[in-house]
Structures are given as structure tokens and as C-alpha cells.
Design a protein around this ligand. Structure first.
Ligand code: NAP
Ligand code: MG
Length: 402
């Protein structure tokens, strides 16, 4: 069989620990035997980020803007312990945060459904994708612990010096205060990323806020979404037969539980944080999730939702056997290769991605899985494989599919 040719390279962002080990296994066993892989390689492993003063992270994000598609391995976000462990010059920022700031994106997370891993919500038949706004609100807040009686005001001073002033509360004792913000630019790009993702995946888009209580703040989110939908996306939605649906967050929660899934749920930053953990847990766990950062500039970055699986890596270093689930990382590769195939009009590449995803699912459904999957699967006698043998089992399933 001749290998599938690529036209434009993928931006490949290598990472850390156990996922870096899986990364190489996936390339060797599942990608390069079949695809004449073209990538522009960036080593985001912590050692190399430190050597380049984190310039490599910035360069990889710039390359993603240039080429349009990236695949990223999980990376360590350093804390004090990592600064010691890797003898770092600085506690470098989270690579995901750096990349997001450059690409201005929204993160979409979707569970990978497999027979035998049953969602806790029994009527969920199709995946629910959470689209989380990743800027502002309580994540960029200013807080005061109010010591005693006094007046709290909200003051905005315009560039020309004019003021808008509102009383928040007249305190007659101690209390707490919090100031939050968002920007029209960020909300607009969030909404465009959501509408574009709905069009790309041909799914309905739900959006929810608490605009009845927050008549200016949340209402602005609602208005911006509606305006951008009407102006830029309504025609495409009608053509595809998909729907944009706005409802209050509490109504959305009730409807999500009653639904059978199969839609995208756009959430403000805090709602997305909370609801994505609820949805991920209800479907299984993070190692069975797809995750993609979609930039309104038309760039896509595919990754696994979980971290570098440090505990397994230390076992691996000691020469002990690991049984780490590579499915989320494989789906990062297939997502990126499929997108490259779509953009560059290479049908074989899209078919390859479809077939490899099918092979992952079939392997688990045939009872061959990692230890972590066996714990959440209803399969009676699962064959538990180590990290490499699981990837090899996927390869032999892949070869058996026509
Ligand atoms: P983690 O990598 O998410 O793993 C936590 C635990 O979840 C593991 O110990 C393992 O449980 C289980 N697990 C996660 N993924 C698994 C998989 N693919 N297969 C089997 N089990 C899996 O979190 P962590 O080990 O606490 O964090 C390690 C590093 O990841 C941190 O330095 C953090 O900064 C980084 N991180 C990166 C990203 C990213 O790049 N996107 C995201 C989150 C965290 P058992 O040990 O019980 O088997
Ligand atoms: Mg969270």
C-alpha cells in the first residue's frame, strides 16, 4: 500500500511525560506506516521551553496561525515543584494559555462514545459538546474583603475623564465585593467560533446565560450572539437544517439532562468550567474526550483533554509496565489530519482519520482496552493491555477494517 501524501504540513507540538511517550508510539505504529507525514515540529517539552525562554511556545502558535492546523501533546504547566524538578529559569506560563492568547480561541470538548461505557444519564445517546468561553468574568476578577460599614460604588472613568458611577451597596457591617468584566471583542469572537463550529459539525447550537437577572452584563452576551447569528450565520444554519437556540442557563440545564445529546452547548467562562466537568464525568472521563481550540481567525488546534499522566510516567521511568489510554491523543492526531484533508482536498487523509477512529472504538468494543477503561466499561472479561500493546491492537484492528 502506498502512503497517503500530504500537501501542507501540520504544526506538531510535542509535549511531556507519559503523553510524550504515547506521542512517539502513535506516530510510529499508527501514522507514519500509512501517511507520508509532513509536520513542522515544535518541541514544547518543558526542558526545551526552558532552553528557549518559552519562545518555542509562541513560535508554535504563530505557525498555527500561518498553516491553520496544529496537533498538540499534553504539556506540564510548571508549579513550584516543577521549577525544582526541571531546574527552570522561571515558572513558565501554561502553554495552553499562551497559545490561546495568540489564537484568541474557544475550546470545544466532546466525549468519545463507545458501547460498553454507558453514560450515567441514561437518555444521553449522542455526544454533548461544551464550548467554553475562555476569557474574563470571574477568572479575571478584582475582589475586596469589606472590613466594616461603608459605601461600595462601581466607577468607570472614560478616556476623556467623564465618569459613570453606580452604588453597589451601603454596607452596615463587614462583607465582600467583586468586580468582573468582559469585552465586546472577546464575546464576538467567542460567538463566531461557536457558530462556525456548529456549521462545521452540522449540529444545533445552544447558548445560555442569566440575562433575566443580569440585564446588562449577561444580556450583552445574548445580544451579541443574536446579532452575529442574524448577520453572518442565519442563512448557513437554514441551509444545513440546524438551529440556534438561546435559553436561560437554568432552563438549559434541565433541557440538557432530558435531551438525547447531539448538540453544542456554548457556555460563559464559569458555566463552561463547571458544566464541562459534569458532562465529562457523566460520559466516562477525560481520556475519552476530544478537545479542539477553534480560533475565529480560522486556525484549529487539536489536543487531548487530559494532562501528561505524571504518575504513569514515573512508573515507566522505573521500568514498570504502564497501561495508559492513548485514545484522546490519537483523536487529536485524527482530528488534525482530517482537518488538513478537508482544507487541502485530500479525501484519502479524511478517510484514514475516520478509519483510525473507528479502529480505536472497535478495539475497545471488542474487549481490548487499558486498565483505566476496564474500570468504567461494562465489558465482562476485558483483555487489559499495556500502553504499547493497546496501540498495537488498534493497529491490527485498523488493518482488518477495509
Ligand atoms: P493527568 O495527566 O490528567 O492525570 C491524572 C490522573 O488521571 C492519572 O494519574 C490517571 O489516573 C488518570 N489519567 C489521565 N489521563 C489518563 C489516560 N490517558 N490514561 C489513563 N489514565 C489517565 O493529571 P496530572 O498527572 O495530575 O498532571 C500531570 C501534568 O499535566 C501537570 O503538570 C499538569 O500541568 C499537566 N496538564 C496538562 C494539560 C494539557 O496540556 N492539556 C491538561 C491538564 C494537566 P491513575 O493514576 O489513577 O491511573
Ligand atoms: Mg474545571
Amino acid at each position: 500500500m502506498s502512503k497517503i501524501e500530504m500537501k501542507i504540513p501540520l504544526v506538531e507540538m510535542d509535549g511531556d511525560e507519559m503523553t510524550r511517550i504515547l506521542w512517539q508510539m502513535i506516530k510510529d505504529e499508527l501514522i507514519t506506516p500509512y501517511v507520508d507525514l509532513k509536520t513542522e515540529y515544535y518541541d514544547l517539552g518543558l526542558k526545551h521551553r526552558n532552553e528557549t525562554d518559552d519562545q518555542v511556545t509562541v513560535d508554535s502558535a504563530e505557525a498555527t496561525k500561518k498553516y491553520g492546523v496544529a496537533v498538540k501533546c499534553a504539556t506540564i504547566t510548571p508549579n513550584a515543584a516543577r521549577v525544582m524538578e526541571y531546574d527552570l529559569k522561571e515558572m513558565w506560563k501554561s502553554p495552553n494559555a499562551t497559545i490561546r492568547a495568540i489564537l484568541d480561541g474557544t475550546v470545544f470538548r466532546e466525549p468519545i462514545l463507545v458501547n460498553g461505557i454507558v453514560p450515567y444519564v441514561s437518555n444521553w445517546k449522542k455526544p454533548i459538546t461544551i464550548a467554553r468561553h475562555a476569557y474574563g468574568d470571574v477568572y479575571k476578577n478584582t475582589e475586596i474583603k469589606v472590613p466594616g460599614p461603608g459605601k461600595a460604588e462601581l466607577v468607570y472613568t472614560a478616556a476623556d475623564g467623564t465618569e459613570i458611577r453606580e452604588t453597589i451597596h451601603e454596607f452596615d457591617g463587614p462583607g465582600i465585593l467583586q468586580g468582573i468584566h468582559n469585552t465586546e471583542a472577546s464575546i464576538s469572537s467567542f460567538s463566531r467560533a461557536c457558530f462556525k463550529y456548529a456549521v462545521d459539525t452540522k449540529q444545533d447550537l445552544w447558548f445560555s446565560t442569566k440575562d433575566t437577572i443580569s440585564k446588562k452584563y449577561d444580556h450583552t452576551f445574548k445580544d451579541i450572539f443574536q446579532e452575529i447569528y442574524d448577520k453572518e450565520f442565519a442563512d448557513q444554519f437554514k441551509e444545513l437544517g440546524i438551529e440556534y437556540f438561546y435559553t436561560l442557563i437554568d432552563d438549559a440545564v434541565a433541557r440538557v439532562i432530558r435531551s438525547e445529546g447531539g448538540f453544542i452547548w456554548a457556555c460563559k467562562n464559569y458555566d463552561g468550567d463547571v458544566m464541562s466537568d459534569m458532562v465529562a464525568t457523566a460520559y466516562g472521563d477525560l481520556s475519552m474526550m476530544k478537545s479542539v481550540l477553534v480560533s475565529p481567525k480560522g486556525a484549529y488546534e487539536y489536543e487531548a483533554a487530559h494532562g501528561t499522566v505524571q504518575r504513569h510516567y514515573y512508573k515507566h521511568l522505573k521500568g514498570e509496565e504502564t497501561s495508559t489510554n492513548s485514545i484522546a491523543t490519537i483523536f487529536a492526531w485524527t482530528g488534525a489530519l482530517r482537518k488538513r484533508g478537508e482544507l487541502d482536498d485530500i479525501k484519502e487523509l479524511c478517510q484514514f482519520a475516520d478509519r483510525l477512529e473507528k479502529a480505536c472504538i472497535k478495539t475497545v468494543e471488542d474487549g481490548k482496552m487499558t486498565k483505566s477503561l476496564s474500570l468504567i466499561s461494562t465489558c465482562k472479561d476485558p483483555v487489559i493491555l499495556n500502553s504499547l500493546d493497546f496501540i498495537k491492537a488498534i493497529r491490527s484492528t485498523f488493518d482488518s477494517l477495509n
